[in-house]
Design a binder for this molecule. Structure first.
Ligand code: EPZ
Length: 418
């Protein structure tokens, strides 16, 4: 068991280079199974979700070699199983991408229902709807999802909800299907574009990623490719919000600023000064923070993954702020711990009402999910006294050595083994 111990009333200052995007990388690695050749992936974040994914790839028969600090090659010629092991799959949500990739490779996959952060109900009906429309039979037996298709066939699929996972999973299954697949009401997240670029580098024909209509003309096989994962806009947003909340000044480097438009707009509304360069954003927190309203939406809306850090920031803004969660309506696990720290937050339906401007006080708290955990670090930094943060394993799933990153920005924070 590990926990983070951090002192309160600390600013973050300095510069930080952003790592590769978790939510792109966790789809790109399973996508590598669609070729029988070798692919090279650069700019992989060193987080535990990636460690588990690499173990799953190996267990299926892939040869994974490290080619640098953040790059690997995956040779999928020896992949001989369509059954990812239960013990590994249960650990994280993105294991569902093996559905699309193994279905594409073998016409068959047997995989336990995915685990992952508890954000309230997280159905996969839209993934299944896509596979079924392409001609697959889907059964759930003893907690194992069994999907089988004699031949996957391209078709029109209209998603009833805008889903990142379903959009990517259908792209993976469609890459080598017979004929053309059209996904309508597709999600538009930058991570989807990154996965499509990787598929196209392997020889797929995906057109329109980043818009709400994606067309995939199936090809008979995919080949070798090299790909560099895009920067993690959520990691970048976390440090930007932390700078604003602690009234520090941080230069966030190696980002695609366009991906951060919604975050930049909100930080300006709370009074931060923002400067944007070609691949960097500088955030200077204002000592007087202003309240604002935030509504999360699929991209290009304000990301649900930054809702918790934003709520922490708004506890510091004098006045009333409203934060409405439109993506995962029950994604408010973090509120109870924030209240322990003295935050005045009420929940009305899917809207958190924050009476900001009160000092928080450090407390023993526990991360219950990845982004909530990152938000608690920011809460600890703006509080009076020490914060003892358990549940670090949730944070490690998606942030690379988070305490080192904050230390590099001048913060007194330690990881302690119990
Ligand atoms: C992805 O989850 C991300 N995970 C999440 O990031 C992120 O919060 C989310 O997209 C929204 O941006 C990965 O990329 C691995 P969705 P995903 O399918 O794909 C409903 C993080 O912290 N829905 O876009 O699971 C669903 O319940 C993680 O990095 C259905 O109803 O999200 C939700 O309300 C947490 N049926 C909405 O759609 C389905 O079949 C959007 O979910 C699928 C989804």
């Amino acid at each position: 068991m590990e926990y983070l111990l951090l002192k309160g009333k600390q600013q973050i200052n300095g510069k930080i280079k952003i790592n590769g995007a978790k939510n792109a990388a966790v789809a790109i690695l399973p996508a590598a199974l669609l070729t029988r050749g070798t692919v090279k992936i650069d700019n992989l974040p060193r987080i535990t979700d990636i460690d588990i994914l690499l173990k799953i790839l190996k267990s299926l028969g892939a040869t994974v070699s490290s080619t640098g600090e953040r790059s690997i090659s995956i040779d999928s010629s020896g992949v001989n199983s369509f059954r990812p092991p239960q013990s590994m799959v249960n650990k994280f949500r993105a294991s569902y991408y093996f559905m699309g990739s193994l279905l594409g490779r073998f016409g068959q996959v047997e995989i336990p229902m995915p685990g992952g952060c508890n954000l309230g109900p997280r159905p996969i009906d839209q993934h299944i709807k896509g596979f079924t429309a392409m001609g697959a039979d889907v059964e759930l037996e003893h907690g194992i999802v069994k999907i089988k298709a004699r031949k996957l066939k391209g078709t029109h699929i209209y998603l009833d909800v805008v889903s990142v996972g379903a959009t990517i999973n259908i792209m993976l299954a469609a890459a080598c299907a017979e004929g053309k697949t059209v996904i309508e009401n597709a999600a538009k997240e930058p991570e989807i574009v990154d996965v499509a670029n990787f598929l196209n580098a392997m020889g797929a024909q995906v057109v329109g990623p980043g818009t709400d209509v994606i067309k995939i003309q199936g090809v008979t096989e995919l080949g070798e490719a090299e790909h560099t994962v895009i920067p993690d806009r959520i990691e970048a947003g976390t440090f930007m919000i932390a700078a604003a909340a602690t009234r520090g000044e941080v230069l966030v480097e190696e980002v695609i600023p366009k991906h951060l438009d919604a975050v930049i707009a909100k930080l300006k509304e709370v009074g931060s000064e923002i400067e944007v360069g070609p691949d960097w954003v500088r955030v200077k927190g204002n000592s007087r923070l202003l309240p604002t309203d935030v509504k999360t939406f699929p991209y290009p809306g304000f990301p649900t993954d930054l809702q918790a850090p934003m709520i922490v920031l708004l506890t510091q803004a004098k006045g009333t702020s409203f934060v409405t969660e439109n993506v995962f309506e029950e994604r408010f696990n973090h509120l109870s711990e924030l209240r322990k720290m003295g935050a005045e937050i009420k929940l009305g339906g899917r809207t958190a009402i924050i009476e900001g401007g009160h000092e928080l006080s450090g407390a023993p708290i526990k991360a219950m999910d990845l982004r909530g955990g990152a938000a608690f670090i920011i809460a600890g930094l703006v509080s009076r006294g020490e914060t003892h943060l358990a549940g670090v394993e949730h944070i490690d799933r998606g942030y690379e050595r988070i305490e080192e990153r904050f230390k590099s920005l001048g913060v007194d924070i330690k990881r302690i083994q119990k």
